[in-house]
Ligand binder design. Sequence first.
Ligand code: SF4
Length: 109
Amino acid sequence: MSSPNKSIKMSEEEIDKALQKAEKEAEKKDHKKIWVEKMVKSAKTYYKVCPYFDKKTSKCFLSLNNKCNRDGKYENCPVFMDFLDTKYQEFTSKKKILPLDFLDLAQSV
Ligand code: SF4
C-alpha cells in the first residue's frame, strides 16, 4: 500500500530537485550573461577595434593566429565570446572575484 505513494513522493522529490538544479543553472547562466555583457560594454569604452586583432596581418591572437574575418569587429564575435566564457569559468571555478573592468580582465592571467 505504501509503495505506490512512496514512489510518487520520490518522483515529486526528484522533480523538486531537478527544478532546483534547473533554477540554479539558470541563475548561473544569467550571472554569466550579465557579466559577459558588462565586459563587452567595458571593452567598447576602450577599443573600437578588437584588442586581439592584429591590424598588420589581420590575424587573431585568440585563435592561434588564425585570420580574423571580421575586421576586428568583436561584438558578437564567437571567438571573443568564447574567450569571455572561458575567463568566466576560470574565475568562478577558482572562486576568484570577477573583474568589473575589461582592462583588469585582459591583464589577468
Ligand atoms: S576573430 Fe574575434 S576575437 Fe579574434 S581578432 Fe577577430 S574580432 Fe577579435
